[in-house]
Unconditional design. Structure first.
Lengths: 454, 200
């Protein structure tokens, strides 16, 4: 096992990783930018080190700063969290070159799964159904020809993107023509890579993902699925497990197929395979996330597995220590992403000083957050303030607990989406378990916002 | 946790003190400084202080550091947790009640990166430096990044030993300013006056 881990991330996940390290009895150093000097992770850490200015390119995305910080503090591993450098094979490689362990898949594995297009081909070869898509687009004419072949509507997707960032929906050739150049320059600016591809847009789909864990000895398990269909502009807002969209046999079949394919393709460490599921229950593989996910907590709640600790153990070269038959999912869990954004003002990100902060409690309630009273939310990073997760023996009770917990949660001083969550929970489509990924965008958030402010 | 509640109350008091400084004291102070011909003026309020300094010949203002632990922690890069930093801060606050005439401007060359500190061989107290002069390096994975003097001045005490690990932004070497000279041509005090607010 490692001696000491550098936590190369911020916000709630930095706190989460710190807790996992303490549970495992290993040391941890929180690396923070100047803007995060007063962050909760830096406050509660035994050791913390400032790695650079607020600008993430010079701090959380700066490989030399992170590696130097790990070395001067005597760490032997780096946990990248999610986002930032978590899936960067170049970073994983240079970390290893400095005799440090990267807590995640090896550079080779990351490289193999780096391109979404290549990953789709690889996993299709191992038996997963994929969404009809294009090759990498050479130019506009190529894009138009490929879109014609696949059939509109299509999504323009940046190969280097993730989490729905940079995707655009086009319904016809005119829209494609007017969007193509913009998408390309956006992709270049956001990901440093302007390669784009097209994917057939499945209307009325659900987003369901399978959690897997594979150690370096080839032991592999899945931890069932998460349903992340409540999205706004391709950003997940609410996740739940199990999915209300599939029956028991379909769920197990999907999880087993995903695990078999990804293991055969040589995956290692924690990973998540994302699928779009149509109204017939057919699942199309779209991408793999080679890192811990934001929404891992609901899987922890139904399985009882500490996934961050498991991830650290795998990276340290230990065997999984659990067999598939040991993993039982019990009850129903729901996660609400608490975001500093104003639903009434086009979800504009909010910053400011947190006044009173009260977290909910009671059976099956978990709050993973980096907030505290008096915390100043910096403007430089994403708007995630925390994750409120609830567990109950069944879905209806989980929804009731979720609503009760959301009513209790108080974040003064900053506008949040707490009331939007309550409005979604009260919506019949959600209660029926029939939310699709486009619902919020199609209906618009306005009815939910209006309901939430009543 | 009572400690947390205390922190919250402390933060509230701090913010009240800061807004009082910003709203009431600063405008009056700026006017006073402009009229006085003094180089620098400082006031305290509830554990916080505001210091106004007329710009020296070059941009003499160190980056405002509102956070705890940022200021001249000579205890090395790796803080032993925030609790320690807060304790230091309390100590400083207690001490500052006695040291009322703390007129010495505190300016320091700061670390540009996380790494190992190496001062220039000929670096010595009393040495004159110009703004931008390289006075040390910080070794980041074998690459030396320059530590430069932020202002024209004289090298003061070193806050870090050669070979020590330092963090980004850490104060490394004090730079003493030459005697402040009042600039009679100073106009529009609001724009001409460099102001910093920091924890005392």
């Amino acid at each position: 096992m490692f001696n000491k881990v550098l936590i190369a991330n911020r916000g709630e996940i930095a706190v989460r990783i710190l807790r996992a390290c303490r549970t495992l009895g290993i040391g941890a150093v929180v690396a923070y930018s100047e803007a995060d000097r007063d962050s909760l992770a830096a406050q509660i850490a035994d050791e913390a080190i400032c790695i650079g200015p607020a600008d993430a390119r010079r701090s959380y995305l700066c490989a030399p700063a992170l590696i130097s910080a790990a070395m001067v503090t005597g760490c032997d591993a780096i946990h990248p969290g999610y986002g930032f450098l978590s899936e960067d094979e170049g970073f994983a490689d240079v970390v290893r070159a400095h005799d440090l362990a990267f807590i995640g898949p090896s550079a080779e594995v990351l490289e193999r799964f780096a391109s979404k297009e290549a990953t789709r081909r690889l996993l299709a070869a191992h038996g997963l159904r994929t969404v009809p898509g294009s090759a990498m687009l050479r130019d506009e004419a190529h894009a138009l020809a490929e879109a014609e072949r696949i059939g509109y509507p299509v999504l323009i997707k940046p190969s280097g993107g993730g989490g729905g960032k940079g995707m655009r929906l086009v319904r016809n050739a005119q829209e494609l023509e007017s969007t193509f150049k913009v998408s390309r320059s956006e992709a270049k600016a956001a990901f440093g890579d302007d390669s784009l591809y097209l994917e057939k847009f499945l209307e009325e789909n659900r987003h369901i993902e399978i959690q897997v864990a594979v150690d370096r000895f080839g032991n592999a398990v899945h931890m069932f699925e998460r349903d992340c269909s409540v999205q706004r502009r391709h950003q997940k807002i609410i996740e739940e497990t199990p999915t209300p969209a599939l029956n028991e046999a379909q769920r197990l079949d999907l999880a087993e197929c995903a695990l078999k394919a990804v293991t055969a393709a040589g995956y290692e460490n924690l990973g998540t395979l994302e699928f779009l599921v149509d109204n017939k229950g057919d699942a199309y593989f779209i991408e793999i996330n080679c890192r811990i996910q934001v929404e891992h907590a609901i899987t922890e709640m139904v399985t009882g597995i500490d996934m961050v600790a498991l991830q650290i153990k795998i990276a340290a070269g230990e065997p999984l220590g659990i067999a598939q038959s040991d993993i039982v999912a019990t009850g129903h869990a729901i996660e609400f992403r608490i975001l500093a954004e104003d639903p009434a003002k086009d979800f504009r990100p909010q910053a400011g000083l947190v006044g009173a902060y009260l977290t909910p409690g009671g059976p099956g309630v978990r709050m993973d957050s980096h907030l505290y009273p008096g915390y100043e939310i910096p403007t430089y990073y994403d708007s995630l303030l925390g994750k409120l997760c609830v567990w109950a023996p069944d879905r209806a009770t989980a929804i009731a607990r979720g609503d009760a917990a959301l009513r209790e949660l108080l974040v003064d001083g900053v506008t949040t989406n707490i009331e939007l969550h309550r409005a979604i929970l009260a919506n019949q489509v959600f209660l029926d378990g029939k939310v699709t990924t486009s619902l919020l965008d199609r209906v618009g958030s306005a009815p939910f916002v209006a309901a939430g402010s009543r | 946790m009572p400690a947390r509640e205390q922190d919250a109350a402390q933060v509230k008091r701090d913010h009240a003190a800061i807004s009082s400084l910003a709203d009431e004291l600063l405008p009056a102070l700026i006017a006073k400084l402009a009229a006085s011909g003094l180089g620098e003026i400082e006031v305290r309020e509830g554990g916080w202080k505001a210091r106004l300094r007329k710009p020296a010949t070059v941009e003499a203002r160190p980056a405002a550091k509102p956070a705890a632990g940022a200021q001249g922690s000579a205890h090395g890069a790796v803080r032993g947790g925030a609790a320690l930093a807060r304790a230091e801060e309390r100590d400083r606050r207690g001490a500052s009640d006695e040291a009322t005439a703390d007129a010495e401007p505190r300016i320091a060359a700061k670390s540009p990166a996380v790494g190992i500190y190496n001062p220039r061989k000929d670096l010595a107290v009393g040495m004159k430096v110009r703004s931008g002069d390289r006075i040390a390096t910080v070794n980041v994975l074998g690459v030396n990044e320059d530590v430069v003097a932020p202002v024209d001045g004289v090298i003061g005490s070193s806050l870090v030993e050669a070979g020590e690990a330092v963090e980004y932004g850490q104060e490394l070497v004090r730079i003493e300013l030459p005697e402040p000279v009042a600039d009679p041509s100073a106009t529009a005090p609001g724009r001409e006056t460099a102001g910093t607010a920091g924890k005392a």
